[in-house]
Ligand binder design. Structure first.
Ligand SMILES: O=C(O)[C@H]1O[C@H](OP(=O)(O)OP(=O)(O)OC[C@H]2O[C@@H](n3ccc(=O)[nH]c3=O)[C@H](O)[C@@H]2O)[C@H](O)[C@@H](O)[C@@H]1O
Length: 433
């Protein structure tokens, strides 16, 4: 009873105190509440998005309301795409958190161009590797928008904020063999996504950008002429992946013809190196050798040429991409997709190493560098979309923008395994080879 009375008296006193707060205290209290509210609001809306947190991702996702309205988001887009040099270009790089994309973005940024990345961070392979590349790039002031190339509104918004002079379009569903498992993903990215990007570039940009994009050595398909030259037949793709890349080349022709878009397709030849793709043989062979797992090495049929690839080191490919950007002419179309002023540039180049290496030799080099033997199962190459042999003739790229590959497979793989053991914190002694 006594206790109840005490409580009642105390609370009555408190009520009275509140009731009789002087006017200036009420003002101070209101201000404090306002400040706290503003602080919380700012934290929620202005988190720095170049982190790999889910929170940051949700803020940047095109489906979130902040994606195209947020002042801070626009500021990041603007900052990233503003060139450091007066003569610098402004480049939108799709697939920027991918293997080739992340290397190109950095090279462009380092030389003073303004670069904005775009990537959908899909889970075709471990997205945490893509997030790590993103975190690495953010240290260099590069911002990657988290969105899909099929999102036309987002693309239009980006062009409203920055009139990009160039698009380096590398976003794609890669991998030859995965097309058997998930054919629609190739249609979604390599056909629908590419068309969406070209539609926006043709009809919603002013001035229209020049576009450099990733085709593939796989377009040569069952071609038997070697080395592969750009004028060789490319109408016999061996995989759906190759067919979508070949379709991309034809689609590029159409948009160049109707809308005057300047378009350059680059046929990459089995690109490898640090920060590479875990779905590629050199990468998962390395993992298997270190884990004492098995690898399957495809072998040619009796009397056939050995299975080989024109493995091309990433730095050489980056030089090729930058060279293609620097020699790309302006588009000739008019905003809104009307009549073009005149013919626009349409190009296709091989970016290879000019020296094919058998897959069995790739395995031997890895064994030497890692100081361990691989557990190999050698099987006849299955009908999985792979082609037996690739070999690039790069004289056209050399003539037009001085492309000259300089890294042999052993040197390139040495750099790759060095990166691999560091990135995955593997305690092993690499062999000097
Ligand atoms: O140059 C290209 O156009 C293509 O290069 C690579 O495709 P690929 O050459 O097949 O590269 P890997 O998947 O790393 O295969 C390399 C070689 O290893 C062989 N391989 C692959 C997997 C395996 O388990 N065993 C094996 O012997 C393949 O037949 C191939 O000869 C990329 O994955 C494609 O995205 C790219 O477009």
């Amino acid at each position: 009873m006594k206790m109840d009375k005490f409580n009642k008296t105390t609370s009555l006193r408190r009520v009275r105190q509140v009731q009789f707060l002087p006017c200036y205290q009420v003002t101070i209290l209101t201000c404090l509440i306002l400040i706290v509210f503003l602080f919380v609001f700012t934290l929620n809306h202005h988190s720095f998005p170049n982190t790999s947190t889910g929170r940051a991702r949700s803020l940047l996702s095109s489906s979130s309301p902040e994606f195209n309205g947020g002042g801070q988001w626009e500021k990041l887009v603007r900052q990233s795409s503003t060139p450091r040099k007066v003569t610098g270009k402004t480049v939108l790089v799709t697939g920027a958190a991918g293997f080739v994309g992340s290397h190109c973005v950095l090279a462009l940024k380092k030389r003073g161009d303004g670069v904005l990345g775009l990537d959908n961070f899909n889970s075709y392979y471990d997205p945490s590797l893509k997030r790590s590349r993103q975190a690495h790039l953010s240290k260099h002031g590069i911002f990657i928008v988290d969105a899909d190339i099929n999102d036309a509104d987002l693309l239009k918004k980006l062009f409203e904020i920055t009139p990009f002079t160039h698009i380096l379009h590398l976003a794609a569903q890669a991998g030859v063999r995965y097309a058997i498992e998930n054919p629609n993903s190739y249609i979604h990215s390599n056909i629908a996504g590419f068309v969406n990007l070209l539609e926006v570039a043709a009809k919603n940009t002013n001035p229209q950008p020049a576009i450099v994009w990733a085709s593939s050595s796989s377009v040569y398909g069952l071609n038997t002429e070697t080395p592969f030259s750009e004028s060789d037949r490319t109408d016999r793709p061996a995989s759906l992946y190759a067919a979508t890349k070949k379709a991309g080349e034809e689609i590029a022709h159409t948009y160049n013809h109707i809308y005057g878009l300047s378009l350059t397709g680059l046929r990459f030849f089995t690109v490898y190196g640090p920060w590479g793709r875990p779905d590629m043989a050199y990468f998962f062979f390395t993992k298997a050798i270190l884990d004492h797992g098995d690898i399957t090495v495809f072998q040619a049929g009796d009397g056939d040429k050995e299975i080989a690839r024109d493995f091309t080191y990433i730095d050489d490919v980056v030089h090729g991409c930058v060279g293609a950007i620097d020699t790309a002419e302006k588009s000739t179309g008019v905003p809104g997709g009307g009549q073009k002023h005149g013919p626009a540039q349409l190009r296709v180049y091989n970016l290879g190493n000019t020296s094919p290496v058998p897959v069995s030799r790739l395995v031997s080099i890895l064994e030497c560098l890692l100081g361990r033997s691989a557990n190999k199962n050698t099987v006849r190459m299955p009908a999985n979309g792979d082609v037996p042999y690739t070999h690039a003739n790069v004289s056209l790229a050399n003539q037009d923008f001085g492309y000259r590959p300089t890294t042999d497979l052993t040197t390139g793989l040495r750099k790759f395994v060095k990166w691999y053991v560091k990135y995955y914190s593997i305690q092993t002694k690499l062999v000097r080879y």
